[in-house]
Design a protein. Structure first.
Length: 394
């Protein structure tokens, strides 16, 4: 790409960011919100749709039931576009935890099989696997590197063991922003007949993901963070040729053929749907999941790759201060493993947090470090403001 095209692209992104701030997030004039890894703010357009749907529920005679189910279908299609999946590979859920539990319970894991989990994973990607120990599945927690990041070399070595049947990992780690090399891990898993399960909640929406280019077996994601969606929203991706091999251990009544025809519900056709809807548990929060689709459409409108590129620019003042030694960083900053989550540890952390709050700059405290997580509506100037405060306490 020529430098002129690059400049034009960045100019367009700056303009789009300014539009987002003015139309969807006007409160950004008073608050610097760098905490999207905790809760992403719902855009005004999504909030408007959510209020409309809730108002219809208050007067249910106004609800168009076909349109309601159509809204869920539209959300599945938008999720599929976001990660370059087939719509048949997407099921809607209410949380990452539910998706991980579906994976843990549905995968054909037997007594003696080993599941690899990197140490320091978020608990939602640990406890569902530990529960399998009651049926003889071995859960091996693999130590991290000295930096506290997943030890990919060690994971790759363990995957070659025939007893290892599954590797589960967060694409982006919640406590340090480390981004796993999915292509490398995926190649190893496919070569060794090992399932790859991905916790995507800290990644989908801030980094580009293409499940056709970098295949994974299952990916679970909640919508309340980087997808800028309501609480109680999410999805599960299941690789197409794996869907029909997996039988959910608990089922919703609409997971079966024929139950979309409400005139013959008691025919009891005990044949599961052939797509990932077999993992959905009705009744879903229709209004919230349809609203999630609206937020994803906003994200798609900006561009999957464009958001990641813009966020590199937004975080650059922080990355530059870390590389220059002004701030102690515990996150990777290289192109392969960095993400929009950057964690730092100033010497006077508590006082730094107080000052940030006084200056209306919102960050999070995780695992003994400050976590900064900007999104597409944030600006480099906002990050520079936070950097100047943190530097004073480092």
């Amino acid at each position: 790409m020529s430098s002129s095209k690059r400049t034009t692209s960045q100019s367009d992104l700056r303009r789009r960011c300014a539009e987002l701030r003015a139309t969807e997030y006007p409160w950004t004039e008073q608050t610097t919100y760098l905490n999207n890894a905790s809760m992403g703010p719902v855009p005004k357009r999504t909030l408007g749709l959510l209020e409309k749907l809730n108002a219809e529920k208050a007067e249910p005679h106004t609800i168009d039931v076909e349109a309601m189910f159509g809204g869920l279908a539209k959300t599945r299609a938008r999720v599929a576009r976001l990660i370059n999946a087939a719509v048949e590979e997407i099921g809607l859920t209410t949380s990452t935890t539910l998706g991980i539990n579906v994976a843990a319970q549905a995968l054909p894991l037997n007594s003696g099989d080993v599941v690899l989990v990197s140490d320091r994973e978020f608990p939602a990607n640990v406890y569902p696997w530990i529960q399998l120990q009651s049926r003889g599945v071995v859960v091996e927690i693999v130590p991290t590197t000295s930096e506290g990041w997943p030890d990919e070399d060690r994971l790759l070595d363990r995957v070659t063991d025939p007893s290892v049947r599954a590797l589960t990992i967060s694409l982006v780690q919640f406590s340090n922003g480390y981004r796993a090399d999915l292509a490398r891990l995926g190649d190893a898993c496919r070569s060794n007949d090992c399932f790859l399960v991905v916790d995507g909640i800290q990644a989908v929406g801030q980094v580009a993901i293409d499940v056709k280019e970098t295949p994974v077996d299952l990916l679970a994601c909640g919508g309340q963070k980087w997808l800028l969606s309501p609480f109680g929203t999410g999805f599960i991706y299941v690789r197409k040729d794996l869907v029909e091999q997996l039988v959910p251990t608990f089922v919703g009544w609409m997971a079966f053929e024929g139950t979309d025809d409400f005139s013959r519900l008691t025919d009891y056709d005990n044949v599961l749907l052939s797509d990932a809807r077999r993992f959905e548990i009705i009744t879903l929060p229709f209004q919230d999941l349809i609203a999630m689709g609206e937020s994803i459409e906003l994200r798609l409108g900006i561009g999957v790759d464009s958001v990641e590129g813009w966020l590199r620019e937004v975080r650059e003042p922080l990355a530059d201060a870390c590389r220059g030694g002004r701030i102690n960083v515990i996150s990777p900053l290289d192109d392969t493993h960095s993400s929009s989550i950057v964690c730092v540890s100033p010497q006077r952390l508590d006082r730094c947090l107080v000052k940030l709050k006084q200056e209306s700059s919102v960050v999070a405290l995780r695992e003994g470090a400050l976590r900064l997580s900007p999104h597409c509506y944030n600006t480099p100037d906002e990050m520079e403001k936070a950097v100047n405060i943190i530097s004073d306490f480092s």
